[in-house]
Design a binder for this molecule. Structure first.
Ligand code: FSO
Ligand code: SF4
Length: 547
């Protein structure tokens, strides 16, 4: 195996024995094989799309396959192998259709478009050098190909959530295909790949806008909300991940059963949506970011549903009450199958399981405030603009992205604490857990930490920035009093970062470490053209931002 897609890549270069995340070498290789044959689907489906022979099911399969390989989403070799079979079948079916219609291009097809094998051959094939990223020898080309592929994984995840709500974009699917094939094209220069990286960022903005539209048109605009972080005395289900459709169906099916529902980690922002507020048995949020799940799932006592990443390999004392759905999987966990014919998933089993278990143990009490997505902030725009004009707010800090278990991430708590009183933090993603329970006060009624929502709601922060640019009549987004200090962990943060670059945001600080997949030359391009730079100490960084 070789994997360098997340911030925890071993030795700052890549995991090559087993994943720091807990992924085995076999699973890592199978994920590579899944991506490998998926490029074959992309190859033929581009031709099918041109000929008007493409099918919506293919787009869905592409999204789901990419999503499956995101860090901490799926550890289940069985479920990944099934997807490989599906992808090969789909690839060959598209090819056959093209052939029949006389539309198949006559060219030398590469291994990813032609290799076929049965399940017993997957492991051996998956371990071959041509399947993994190390097959690309030039380190700069490898770096750019990685950056694009990881951005596509994040993009696919967001596209799938939107798709679950009936919102899909042909353009985004076509771009994913084009890019999957392009990262195997030896004729593309480093400059071509750099341009493709920026184009990936453009589609990153588009996919987040699509998901924003999907979420808000279905569940209303997030609004300022006090979220209960304590517990009640009923059996309960904890829901983690990002998928609001799964969350809605579970809320509907638990209503009147005596089972409560709580959110964990990235599902916290579900509390901000008007549509979910009508459920009395939706109690609030339990616990913190994904990496605290070992202790928090244990004390929760009830079953847990993963709608997406991030899964941490469980300990035996709670493993039997974890369920997955969608792209996620873990050997031994029960899995809820996809919707069929538009019917809701059937969550009976987890609900019945919850009834047999005790209520959650209280780990904290009180409330936290969030819900500052673009629509809500726009309603407060006059207040915000006045505060900036009067000097009450000197600077905004976008601190979006991910949280994680590395000790070095305490930097973000310290940074939030040390920021001057006349600054406001704009956050999204699970990065917020490093400071959303600190008492940082408010500025004339505007809280000093404004949480827009999930990592994809970084889109909201961009909309807010663009709106402020208009109000203050500025030509450049970088002339706003907004600084960016982004924490990353996995590939959704990669697409968020590329989206910010596409919007022209400069001088982003990125931490806790720069990606292992950036070669020195590619890192230099990012420094020279975009001013991306790593975090240093809290004092130095605040000085640099404000000095
Ligand atoms: Fe966090 Fe995990 Fe949303 Fe990531 S839960 S780390 S950026 O998944 O996707 O923010
Ligand atoms: Fe290592 Fe991260 Fe890849 Fe897991 S996802 S194998 S921790 S680089």
């Amino acid at each position: 195996m070789f994997c360098h897609q997340c911030q925890e890549a071993a030795k700052g270069t890549g995991c090559d024995v087993a994943g720091v995340c807990g992924k085995s070498s076999e699973v890592s290789n199978l994920q590579d094989l899944l991506i490998h044959v998926l490029k074959g689907v992309a190859e033929y489906n581009q031709q099918a799309r041109k000929a008007g022979l493409n099918r919506p099911e293919t787009d869905r399969l592409v999204m789901d396959s990419l999503f499956t390989t995101i860090t901490n989403a799926n550890f289940d070799d069985e479920s990944i192998s099934k997807r490989i079979e599906k992808v090969i079948t789909e690839r060959d079916a598209i090819k056959e259709t093209l052939q029949k219609e006389g539309k198949l291009e006559d060219k030398n097809y590469k291994d990813f478009a032609t290799w076929t094998g049965s399940r017993s051959e997957f492991a051996q094939k998956a371990a071959q050098p041509e399947v993994g990223i190390l097959a690309t020898e030039n380190e700069d080309v490898r770096s750019l190909r990685s950056l694009i592929l990881f951005g596509l994984k994040g993009m696919a995840a967001y596209a799938e959530h939107a798709d679950n709500l009936g919102h899909r974009s042909e353009e985004i699917s076509a771009f994913i295909e084009k890019a999957l094939v392009a990262i195997e094209d030896e004729t593309l220069s480093a400059d071509d790949l750099t341009a493709l990286t920026l184009e990936t960022g453009k589609y990153g903005v588009d996919v987040m806008a699509l998901l924003d539209e999907a979420n808000t048109s279905k569940y209303g605009n997030p609004e300022i909300t006090e979220v209960n972080i304590g517990v009640r005395n009923n059996p309960a289900i904890l829901v983690s991940g990002h998928d609001l459709k799964d969350f809605e169906e579970l809320l509907e099916q638990t209503e009147g059963t005596g089972v409560d529902v709580y959110t964990h980690s990235e599902m916290l922002p579900a509390n901000y949506y008007p549509a979910f507020k009508k459920y009395d048995h939706f109690v609030g949020n339990y616990g913190n970011a994904w990496w605290k799940q070992k202790e928090e799932f244990k004390s929760f006592n009830g079953p847990v549903l993963f709608t997406t990443n991030c899964i941490v390999p469980p300990s035996a004392d709670y493993a039997d009450r974890i369920y997955t759905t969608g792209a996620t999987g873990y050997p031994g966990f029960k899995h809820f199958e996809d919707r069929k014919d538009g019917k809701a998933k059937d969550f009976t089993e987890i609900i019945e399981h919850a009834k047999r278990l005790p209520a959650p143990t209280e780990i904290e009490k009180g409330k936290i405030v969030g819900g500052f997505a673009h629509n809500q902030v726009m309603q407060l725009a006059d207040k915000v603009v006045d505060a900036v004009k009067s000097g009450a707010i000197k600077q905004f800090f976008v601190m979006a992205g991910c949280d994680g278990r590395m000790k070095s991430r305490n930097y973000y708590t310290d940074f939030a604490k040390e920021l001057p009183q006349d600054t406001v933090i704009l956050t999204a993603g699970c990065a917020k857990y490093k400071y959303n329970k600190l008492d940082l006060g408010d500025i004339g009624g505007i809280p000093r930490v404004l949480d827009a929502g999930q990592c994809n709601d970084s889109y909201s922060l961009a909309v807010i920035a663009l709106k402020l640019k208009e109000v203050f009549e500025l030509n450049d987004i970088n002339d706003l009093p907004i600084s960016y200090n982004i924490a990353w962990y996995e590939q959704k943060a990669v697409i968020v970062l590329l989206a910010l670059l596409h919007l022209g945001v400069k001088n982003i600080k990125l931490g806790p470490t720069l990606p292992a997949f950036l070669s020195p030359n590619v890192a230099n391009v990012l420094v020279e053209n975009f001013g991306i730079n790593p975090i240093s100490t809290v004092e130095e960084d605040i000085e640099q931002f404000l000095g």
